[in-house]
Design a protein around this ligand. Structure first.
Ligand code: PMP
Length: 362
């Protein structure tokens, strides 16, 4: 790996060393098909059940309420499709795996599904989910929340949040890409998305991804052991706020798309716009300096439309086109912030000078 300041953890976090080691071991040890009757099969299934129990404990659920999937997109698609033909209401800030599948499957039948993320992946905004959950249940509706960005960053209690469904992904917490989970409250409606196998208690066909699920488990152990949400709140928040304040002070035409007041956003995400500077250009110039950030969400990059999240918040295409996201982890240091501030003001100044867009602030 070449030296870099990696500030794109919300897109994907590098795999934790202990996760990698555990997965290497598992490749050789727990290789058997976990649905098989024989002993190696049982041993593999036992490991899967350990991860299930760990996740259930971390979010205050019962292990029987956890289904492993291939990631958050599949978990989201599964919940939305369960409500095919029903009313589905989502927030405009949702990930595309919610918005696009809701477009396909929504109808007019009741009960209705509400799908609102607790915290957004692009700007980190935290929503008041309890209000929506109350409303949903008062109406006899169901509520799902995409908690992909929340796991490890805030404590999670699905009972206190009063959720019927919740989505998780391993690769945002130092686990492998391609593994996720879906919490489905006991007795909540459920329709399998992948059919043709009895795995996951008949709720998801396909051979168990044993090694991936074991890796997910190891990343969950890390979260539990270090109570990472406390460190994010104490340490990472300070660094995030320092970067935000230095950008506002030192860079002309900068504005925050993330509300950094306590309780308003995840402590590890900072989204900023720079007048008359294009997000993609900033990303590439920073990349050339070994600083890795993203524009909008990585999933949408290659898409030239402005971020739907920033558009929903500002209705200003210029602000959306000029935004970049810094996202931090427990490994982020003060030196990383200093390195960003060594080069970012010069990059923005250069881009603003060559831009054909007029600066609104002078
Ligand atoms: N939901 C949110 C909020 C996300 O941030 C992401 C990843 N960008 C996803 C869903 C999709 O996750 P996965 O890659 O596990 O499908």
């Amino acid at each position: 790996m070449y030296p870099m300041v990696y500030l794109d953890y919300a897109a994907t976090a590098p795999i934790l060393p202990e996760v990698l080691e555990k997965m290497h071991h598992a490749e050789n040890t727990f290789f058997a098909n976990a649905s098989a009757l024989h002993t190696p099969g049982h041993l593999a299934l036992n490991e899967i059940e350990n991860t299930r129990t760990l996740l259930a404990e971390l979010i205050n659920a019962d292990p029987s309420e956890i289904i492993f999937t291939s990631g958050a997109s599949e978990s989201n698609n599964t919940v939305i499709r369960t409500f095919e033909g029903h009313e589905i209401e989502t927030s405009p800030l949702e990930h595309h795996s919610i918005i696009e599948s809701a477009k396909i499957y929504r109808g007019k039948k009741l009960p209705k599904l509400y799908s609102y993320m607790l915290a957004n992946n692009e700007i980190g905004e935290i929503l008041d989910l309890s209000k929506i959950a109350k409303k949903a249940h008062r109406e006899g509706a169901f509520i799902h929340s995409d908690l992909t960005q929340v796991l490890g960053k805030l404590p999670i209690d699905v009972k206190k949040l009063d959720l019927d469904y919740a989505t998780f992904s391993a690769h945002k917490i130092g686990g492998p890409i391609g593994v996720g989970a879906l919490y489905v409250k006991k007795d909540a409606p459920f329709k399998p998305l992948i059919i043709g196998g009895n795995q996951e208690n008949k709720r998801r066909g396909s051979t168990y991804n044993t090694v991936g699920i074991i890796g997910f488990g190891e990343a969950l152990k890390y979260i539990k052991k270090h109570q990472t949400w406390k460190k994010y709140d104490q340490d990472v928040r300070k660094l995030r706020d320092e970067l935000a304040n230095r950008i506002l002070k030192e860079i002309k035409g900068s504005s925050l798309n993330t509300d950094i007041k306590p309780g308003k956003s995840l402590p590890n995400i900072l989204n900023v716009s720079f007048e008359a500077a294009e997000g993609e250009s900033i990303e590439l110039y920073l990349d050339a300096e070994g600083i890795i950030v993203s524009t909008g969400s990585a999933c949408a990059s290659g898409d030239i439309r402005p971020s739907h999240v920033i558009m929903a918040k500002t209705n200003d295409a210029e602000v959306a086109h000029s935004s970049i996201r810094f996202s931090f982890s427990l490994d982020t240091t003060k030196q990383d912030i200093d390195k960003v501030m060594e080069v970012l003001p010069g990059i923005i100044d250069r881009l603003q000078k060559i831009s054909t867009i007029k600066m609104r602030s002078k």
